[in-house]
Each structure stands twice: as structure tokens, then as C-alpha cells.
Write a protein that binds this ligand. Structure first.
Ligand code: F6P
Length: 322
């Protein structure tokens, strides 16, 4: 492999630029040319590619969005257009592609990979974290931090004026954003698409908390909860069984923008560099991921030794990305 292409696709996520930088720089260190595809799969179909040099990805690690832009391509679901996209890669002698995106984008990557001739790897990048097995996705941590800033502010006014606030977060049909924002923001409840909510019980709990002296109440609701009607749906449901003075805030696209957090920059950099190494090692039709998310009990007696082995990968990464 001496050439590869990279694209960003779907809903943008903070950290996409950091992964792009990592791909271009680590490929350059391995003497591999990188082509950036503009506008996701749409650009791949329309032959909108240009070579990306390491200095062109300078000063982007801290920027939200994607300098390559994204699209949600309906055409790419049609084999005719995927064939056209493949031709555009092959005519430049590119037989490897890295797709940075979420669920729909990785589906597109899967179809292209299955049809042969192009080795395809995916980097999971979506604020939704809606991919099973892959663990944290690029952009999720930043989105949570952004949501928490808003929730903390709403908490100030909720506890001062003793009101019940409904805060709707993104995530499509997935409740991870609600869960993390809810735990981190100390919410009184989270309402998710995945699990049913007993509205009467919820209203009763809120009443009891208020009569016990709790000031203010924050309910986090996923946009996909309450039969996909999110916060508006929750208001309707609560109004049927209670008469709380409700307020609603939809955080919306604020959650998608902004500078990536430290966690997202490091995740994106590691996954980007590993994608290049993965292609070189012959991996194909895989998502490059860091999935572990388990609590462990580690005996005190094991807390000896140094951290060098844990730090080695990170230390090496610094030099690959200059
Ligand atoms: O997939 C990311 C996401 O932000 C979802 O949380 C949300 O439902 C959707 O994209 C919004 O998409 P768009 O910006 O295309 O309306």
C-alpha cells in the first residue's frame, strides 16, 4: 500500500479533524500518500479528492467539525454509485479507504468493502455512541461535556426558582448521551428510548422529592424517547398525570460543535494512527476501536511497579504525529 484515501461522513463529531491529522501524519511517516475526499461519500462518487500533505492538517487538532466536510449520502446505498466511487479510487491506484463516521457511514463502508478491490477500515465518530461493541466513539465525550455545561447552568436556575426542567439531548434512537449527561449532571431521572418509563411513578417520585425539600428538578430526555417525540412527548405525558410547572430546553446542534475534549483528541489520534497501521498489517472491513468499559477490583497488593508499559503506546504516538 502506498496510497490511501480518507473521508468524513454523516453527522460531524468533534475530533474528526484530530483523527484526520493522525491518519495523514502517520501515513506520511510510513511514506504513504493520503487523498482527502471532500463531502463524504458524495465526494467519492463525484470524484472530489485531493492529496493531503502533513502540513495541511496542521492546526486542526483543536477544531470541531471536519475540514473535509461531511454528507449523508443516499446515493451511496445504490451499488451503481458505489461502483463509480470505487472506480474513482482505483484510477488513482488507491486501494485503501478509511471512513470516519457513525452508524450509517460505517454501513456504507461495509458495503464498499464487501464488494471487493478496496480495503476499508472505519473509525467510529459520532456524538451518539450508538455502535455496539466499539466503546466510546469520537465526539461523544465532547458532546457530554457540552451538554453538562448547559445542564449545570439550568441546575442553577432550577434550584433557585424550584422549577422542573426537561432537557432534551441528541442521540437519535440511542440513550448514551442521556445516560452520561444524566449521571454527570446529577439528573433526577433520564428518559431513554431503550427502556420504558413509568410516567405515573416518575411524577410521584418528583412530588415526593419536592415535598422532602429538594429544590428544582432536572429530567434528561433523549430525542428518540417517548415514541420519538422527545421532550415534547414527555411534557404531554407528564401533563396527563400531574400539574408541574414545566420548562423545556432542547440542546440540539450545540452538542455537535465546539473544540474536541482531551479525551476525544487522544482517542481520535490513537484510532487514526492505528487505522494506518491496521491497513498496513492487512486488516480490512473492520472498525478500529477501543472498546473496554469495565469496572475491576484490583487488589492493593498489585499496585506496585511502574507505568511505563501503559504509557509506551502513547509516548510513541507523539512522534508519529508530528
Ligand atoms: O448522528 C448525530 C446526530 O447529531 C443525532 O444525534 C441527531 O439525531 C442527528 O445527527 C441530527 O442530524 P442532522 O444534523 O442531519 O439533522
Amino acid at each position: 500500500m502506498n496510497q490511501l484515501a480518507v473521508l468524513t461522513s454523516g453527522g460531524d463529531a468533534p475530533g474528526m479533524n484530530a483523527s484526520l491529522r493522525a491518519i495523514v501524519r502517520s501515513a506520511n511517516n510510513k511514506k504513504i500518500n493520503v487523498y482527502g475526499v471532500f463531502n463524504g461519500f458524495e465526494g467519492l462518487i463525484d470524484d472530489h479528492l485531493s492529496e493531503l500533505k502533513p502540513r495541511q492538517v496542521g492546526n486542526i487538532i483543536q477544531r470541531g467539525g471536519s475540514i473535509l466536510h461531511t454528507s449523508r449520502s443516499k446515493r451511496f446505498l445504490n451499488k451503481k454509485f458505489r461502483d463509480q466511487a470505487r472506480e474513482n479510487l482505483l484510477k488513482r491506484n488507491i486501494n485503501s479507504l478509511i471512513v470516519i463516521g457513525g452508524e450509517g457511514s460505517l454501513k456504507g463502508a461495509k458495503y464498499l468493502g464487501q464488494e471487493g478491490e478496496i480495503n476499508v477500515l472505519g473509525l467510529p465518530a459520532t456524538i451518539d455512541r450508538d455502535l455496539p461493541f466499539v466503546g466510546p466513539t469520537i465526539g461523544f465525550d465532547t458532546a457530554i461535556n457540552t451538554a453538562l455545561q448547559a445542564i449545570d447552568r439550568i441546575r442553577d436556575t432550577a434550584s433557585t426558582s424550584n422549577t422542573v426542567h426537561i432537557i432534551e439531548v441528541m442521540g437519535r434512537a440511542c440513550g448514551w448521551i442521556s445516560l452520561f449527561a444524566g449521571i454527570g449532571g446529577g439528573a433526577e431521572a433520564v428518559i431513554l428510548p431503550e427502556f420504558p418509563t413509568d410516567i405515573e411513578k416518575l411524577a410521584q417520585q418528583i412530588k415526593e422529592q419536592r415535598s422532602s425539600g429538594k429544590q428544582g428538578c432536572i429530567l434528561i430526555v433523549s430525542e428518540g424517547a417517548c415514541n420519538s417525540s422527545g421532550g415534547e412527548g414527555l411534557i404531554k405525558d407528564l401533563n396527563k398525570v400531574s400539574n408541574f410547572d414545566l420548562r423545556i430546553t432542547k440542546l440540539g446542534h450545540i452538542q455537535r460543535g465546539g473544540n474536541p475534549s482531551a479525551v476525544d483528541r487522544v482517542l481520535a489520534s490513537r484510532l487514526g494512527a492505528n487505522a494506518v497501521e491496521g491497513l498496513l498489517a492487512g486488516h480490512n472491513q473492520c472498525v478500529v476501536a477501543q472498546p473496554k468499559d469495565k469496572i475491576e477490583m484490583i487488589p492493593f497488593t498489585k499496585l506496585s511497579g511502574n507505568l511505563n508499559s501503559e504509557m509506551r503506546d502513547y509516548h510513541e504516538l507523539i512522534f508519529k504525529l508530528v
